[in-house]
Write a protein that binds this ligand. Structure first.
Ligand SMILES: C[S@@+](CC[C@H](N)C(=O)[O-])C[C@H]1O[C@@H](n2cnc3c(N)ncnc32)[C@H](O)[C@@H]1O
Length: 343
């Protein structure tokens, strides 16, 4: 990159960071919701949102010059084709991820200390920052499952939909708030779904998310101690954060029937950083991996695979765990792939 190009690149990087903060502020103050109701002057929008005009005007300046809003004859517009990425109950809405990213600034001092002293930042340390910023980390995935789980993710694996329709014993490992199971249990009433997670609080949420569904059950449990005889084991974004991923994968292999399937959704990158250069999603994913996945694992003395462990390492670890056939398939999201693993 030429010097001048690099300077421009760095300025754009700082602009992105500043806009991320101000978009989060727009969410919390209600400005984004208010602006989505139609074009307005700064005074009109301030009145609509019940806020101070002077602040709103400066915020609008950033929004319009930052390409989020448009400006015409003194009126600011939040175009619907932009608003759908920051508002609403759809998978397109990036707000949950944006707020989560902002929350990481709270743990930066601890992370910096860990660079020198070792160890890591424990998961519990993130809670207050996520709560202050109103970030609900599961929300993005909730919408993604609703829109893409059945046709997109399950549909990527030949024969899986038919097996679930006929009726299968399914375990979801690291089920979190039960968002995937809620969709799957409704779509496949003849199958029976068990969710396990090490975190008691999310298991309570999962029970709430799926209340009334007759074919689900949940348990607090450690995937590193998994046993059973399942037709299908699923893991959505739940393997690379494991403290002992090698043990977990061996347990998964051992808890499947001979004709079983391990269905793993994880990140879609190379294990070789050089091969990720030019991938537009890689820098963001390395950053999240550093600020959450890697450090939370190190805090527990874990393997710290990180979110960028990559398909090559994943294949090696799956083979070491005993899986003889592993297909890596495209998913509806470019940053994720689907591993279809057979014992
Ligand atoms: C990134 S979240 C994904 C949650 C859920 N699968 C989803 O897609 O919404 C990873 C989950 O794995 C759980 N987890 C981490 N280590 C675990 C372990 N050893 N056994 C069971 N669950 C674990 C965490 O508590 C967390 O809920």
């Amino acid at each position: 990159m030429e010097e001048a190009d690099f300077a421009a690149h760095l300025t754009a990087t700082m602009t992105g960071s500043a806009l991320t903060m101000l978009i989060g502020l727009g969410h919390r103050t209600g400005l984004l919701e208010a602006a989505a109701r139609g074009p307005a002057t700064s005074a009109g929008l301030a009145e609509r949102a019940g806020l101070q005009e002077r602040y709103v005007r400066e915020w609008l300046g950033a929004m319009v010059t930052g390409g989020i809003f448009t400006l015409d004859a003194g009126e600011y517009t939040f175009p619907p084709e932009h608003a759908k990425f920051l508002l609403g109950d759809t998978a397109a809405n990036l707000m949950p991820s944006l707020l989560t990213l902002s929350a990481f600034t709270g743990i930066l001092p601890d992370l910096e200390r860990a660079f020198a002293a070792g160890g890591g930042v424990p998961r519990a340390a993130y809670g207050p920052y996520l709560e202050t910023l109103g970030a609900k980390t599961g929300d993005s995935w909730k919408h993604i499952y609703r829109e893409h789980l059945v046709d997109g993710f399950f549909g990527a694996v030949p024969g899986l939909t038919e097996r679930l329709t006929a009726g299968a014993r399914v375990l979801d490992l690291g089920c979190g708030a039960g968002n995937a199971i809620a969709v799957a249990a409704r779509a496949f009433p003849a199958s029976r779904f068990t969710g396990i997670d090490i975190n008691e609080r999310v298991i309570d949420q999962a029970k709430e998310t799926t209340s009334g569904l007759p074919n689900v059950e949940f348990a607090v449990g450690d995937a590193a101690e998994l046993t059973g005889d399942y037709d299908v084991i699923t893991a959505f974004d739940a393997v690379h954060d494991q403290d002992r991923p090698d043990v977990v994968l061996r347990r998964v292999h051992g808890a499947l029937r001979e004709d079983g399937l391990f269905f793993m959704v994880d990140t879609n990158f190379s294990s070789d950083v050089a091969k990720n250069v030019g991938n537009p999603l890689a820098a963001l994913c390395y950053s999240i991996s550093l600020m959450y996945c890697t450090t939370t694992s190190l805090a527990e003395g874990g393997a710290a695979l990180g979110a960028m462990w990559g398909t090559e390492t994943a294949r090696e670890m799956l083979a070491d765990a005993g899986f003889r056939h592993v297909d890596v398939l495209e998913s509806p999201r470019p940053q994720n792939c689907v591993y279809a693993c057979r014992p």
